[in-house]
Design a protein around this ligand. Structure first.
Ligand code: SF4
Ligand code: SF4
Length: 428
């Protein structure tokens, strides 16, 4: 195809785009098409625009960038597509092309550069930023900013509500440690701890270790591991994602494990596709493929291994929101449901439209806040109607978004990771 981007890693070829036969079966599954009913904001319309830009028939204009930016990269269209279009691969390359050839406004460029290149790849900087944010949250400044309405005046009120609460103790202290299996060892696994999760989801990571060890897994948390690069890859910042992949390949390659586990569906989806970040003739490709083959979502792994820990009764009605990168990115649908149903006393109810994105989508809720909040409103309406006291999900980003949704819409529902419910059943 003419005008291909000088992109790094595996690059889509003409046949990848041409697989779209314009049938439109994906349209009703696309959250942005459902919101705006615009062809240009549908999977089919976006693929068409990508082809035209690649062929030089359409300028890489503000309009094109806007339609690509508005895509959640939720990959719901991949699940719906009968023709096997790998849309995630296409949109990530469209974004890489934008990154290379389009000049975003100065502030956006500076922010993207700071987040993707200067913050996320460096644990010490994440830790320092989180310490400052924790001070803001605990010192009364946050309450003051909310109470005086200053956030509203700055247009930051909604974004501030989506901010995660910073942990009292960061998970970084657990890196380099190994946790013994309870009873007979059934598997030896490594835990991928995430990046922001180290400062906002320490308790989830600790619960993951408890559930795994209680079910006979020895859990190592290799040090020197870094952010997986998912946020950078989804934003088109490929070189940063590739650099992080190289370091993680080295960190996890120093030992051998039955599987490498993550409790973050967004990370798992990218880790399982690490080989896409390197073309077949690059030296890292083989190691990236080997690492990708070891990655399992923690729910997928536990459901496959089978639960052996004794579970006590949890009397609660629970519904489940599919994480897009688990369902559509990794095609894991049954495992989390199977684990929830295994908890005695728990009444599982399906959430209508659970396969449609909640609006979290990496940094989408920050960059496209209005659309994210519209999707969230619909999600919370459906969640409330289930009568469930708990909404379970399998990805930290979805947890944050749904927790904000429960607060904004006053549903009074608790939002937990599937593993946190299992952990609670272990302890009660
Ligand atoms: S379902 Fe697949 S083939 Fe049909 S329009 Fe959508 S992307 Fe194209
Ligand atoms: S990834 Fe999601 S938002 Fe983007 S085109 Fe596909 S279904 Fe629509």
């Amino acid at each position: 195809m003419a005008n291909q981007i000088p992109s790094t890693g595996e690059t889509p070829v003409y046949e990848d785009y041409a697989r779209c036969v314009h049938c439109g079966l994906c349209l009703s599954h696309c959250p942005t098409y459902r919101l705006w009913q615009l062809e240009a904001d549908s999977p089919r319309g976006r693929i068409r625009q990508m082809i035209l830009v690649n062929e030089g028939q359409l300028a890489l204009s503000d309009r094109f960038v806007e339609h690509i930016d508005k895509c959640l990269d939720c990959r719901s269209c991949e699940t719906a597509c009968p023709s096997g279009v790998e849309y995630g691969k296409l949109v990530e390359h469209a974004r890489a092309r934008i990154e290379e050839s389009y000049l975003r406004p100065w502030f956006t460029r500076a922010t993207r550069n700071f987040v993707f290149n200067k913050l996320l790849p460096f644990p010490s900087r994440i830790s320092a930023a989180a310490t400052l944010l924790r001070l803001f949250q605990r010192s009364g400044l946050q309450a003051l900013a909310r109470g005086t309405g200053v956030l509203g005046l700055l247009g930051l009120a909604e974004r501030e509500r989506l901010l995660p609460r910073i942990d009292d103790q960061f998970f970084y202290g657990k890196l380099g440690k190994t946790f013994a299996a309870v009873g007979e060892r059934r598997a030896r696994v490594a835990l991928f701890a995430g990046c922001i999760a180290n400062v906002t989801f320490s308790k989830l990571n600790e619960a993951t270790i408890r559930v795994l060890t209680a079910n006979g897994c020895e859990v190592a948390v290799p040090d020197l591991q870094l952010c997986c690069g998912a946020l950078a890859a989804h934003a088109g910042v490929r070189e940063t994602a590739r650099g992080l992949a190289r370091k993680n390949i080295a960190a996890f390659g120093r030992d051998s494990f039955d599987a490498i586990l993550t409790n973050a569906a967004g990370c798992g989806s990218t880790l399982k596709e690490y080989d896409h970040l390197f073309s077949a003739n690059e030296p890292e490709h083989a190691a990236a493929t080997a690492l990708a083959g070891k990655i399992r979502d923690v729910t997928e792994f536990l459901a496959g291994l089978g639960l052996t820990a004794k579970l006590k009764s949890l009397q609660a009605r629970v519904t489940y929101q599919d994480s897009c990168h688990l369902l559509h990115g990794q095609k894991v649908r049954e495992a989390p449901r199977q684990l929830l149903r295994a908890i005695p006393g728990l009444e599982f109810v399906e959430l209508p439209y659970s396969e449609i994105c909640c609006g979290s989508a990496g940094v989408y809720n920050v960059t496209q806040t209005d659309a994210a909040l519209e999707l969230l409103a619909e999600k919370m309406k459906n969640a409330k109607e289930t009568g469930a006291r708990v909404i379970a999900t399998a990805n930290p980003g979805c947890l944050l978004q749904l927790r904000a949704g429960a607060e904004i819409h006053g549903t009074g529902q608790e939002v937990l990771h599937v593993v946190e419910l299992l952990d609670r059943a272990l302890k009660e």
